[in-house]
Ligand binder design. Structure first.
Ligand code: NAD
Length: 249
């Protein structure tokens, strides 16, 4: 592994020497904002408290239908982080888009921090906690409203004015990815000269298969642990992504 300064120098050379880059990221992009990822030793899938079911089961479409009370207890505890703020990586990506050197962010994250940092072209493959829809009348609600129902009104299952449960617009196990963000993300990846993959274990399909679609010149991986894409990458960086991008123009 290179030193942080060496890795930053190499990444800067890649970015200065090539055309448009695209970014594909996951939960590791937000750990420096205080949001745990899923699969690191401290990740949400390894949470010690017992909900009576494995997290992957709780976060499935069937489970949401059958046990929404347990689903929302887990969801509120592990997936909602309303006070988290974007950090240097989110901010660098937003600036790079404004400068015209980044064609977009494709993310598996549902936390909305890329948009909060100012990124406009964000393909959210797994949806967002900021959008919520009534399962009955399809009325939509903000994250703030969900927090009002869950925290202040003490509802175990947040209910619409029509009386039906409200479902967060996040992709659960057993659900298909939304086609709009998926197709737009694929297009951006196929057109990119440089692809930066960051903060993702690349273990969740089909999103992880997107890296296979990249046929540009330079693949960069910035991830604390090894990933299946490392063998294809021209540059692999194992330092925290916020620290890395904080030193890049
Ligand atoms: P993952 O938990 O499987 O993997 C995260 C990877 O990021 C790990 O390999 C870890 O080593 C690395 N990492 C952690 N912090 C890092 C840092 N600061 N710098 C560089 N690397 C770092 O995450 P995934 O691949 O995105 O898959 C998890 C799924 O869970 C996604 O589908 C996502 O929707 C969901 N999820 C989202 C959030 C969020 O929105 N912030 C949080 C947890 C889980």
């Amino acid at each position: 592994m290179g030193t942080l300064a060496d890795d930053q120098l190499q990444l800067q050379r890649v970015l200065d020497g090539h055309d448009a880059a695209v970014f594909f990221g996951g939960a590791g992009v937000s750990t420096e904002s205080g949001i745990p990822d899923f699969r690191s030793p401290t990740g949400a899938l390894r949470a010690r408290e017992d909900f009576g079911f494995p997290p992957e089961q709780i976060l499935s479409a069937n489970f949401f239908t059958n046990r929404p009370d347990v689903f929302f207890r887990y969801y509120r505890r592990h997936l909602l982080h309303p006070t988290a703020q974007p950090h240097a990586a989110h901010q660098w990506l937003a600036r790079a888009e404004q400068r015209g050197s980044l064609t977009g962010v494709i993310t598996q994250n549902i936390d909305g921090l890329h948009r909060a940092a100012g990124s406009k072209i964000v393909h959210e493959l797994h949806g967002s906690v900021h959008r919520n829809t009534c399962t009955g009348c399809r009325r939509t609600y903000s994250l703030g409203h969900m927090l009002l129902l869950l925290d202040e009104r003490g509802q175990d299952i947040p209910l619409c004015e029509c009386g039906d449960p409200i479902k967060p617009d996040v992709v659960l196990y057993g659900e298909a990815l939304p086609t709009g963000p998926l197709h737009a993300g694929l297009k951006a990846i196929r057109q990119a000269d440089v692809m930066i993959v960051g903060g993702t274990s690349l273990s969740v399909y089909p999103a992880a298969g997107l890296v296979e679609e990249f046929s540009g010149r330079v693949l960069v991986v910035i991830n604390r642990e090894p990933t299946p894409a490392d063998r294809r990458a021209q540059l692999v960086i194992r330092h925290p992504i916020g620290e890395v991008l904080a030193g890049i123009r």
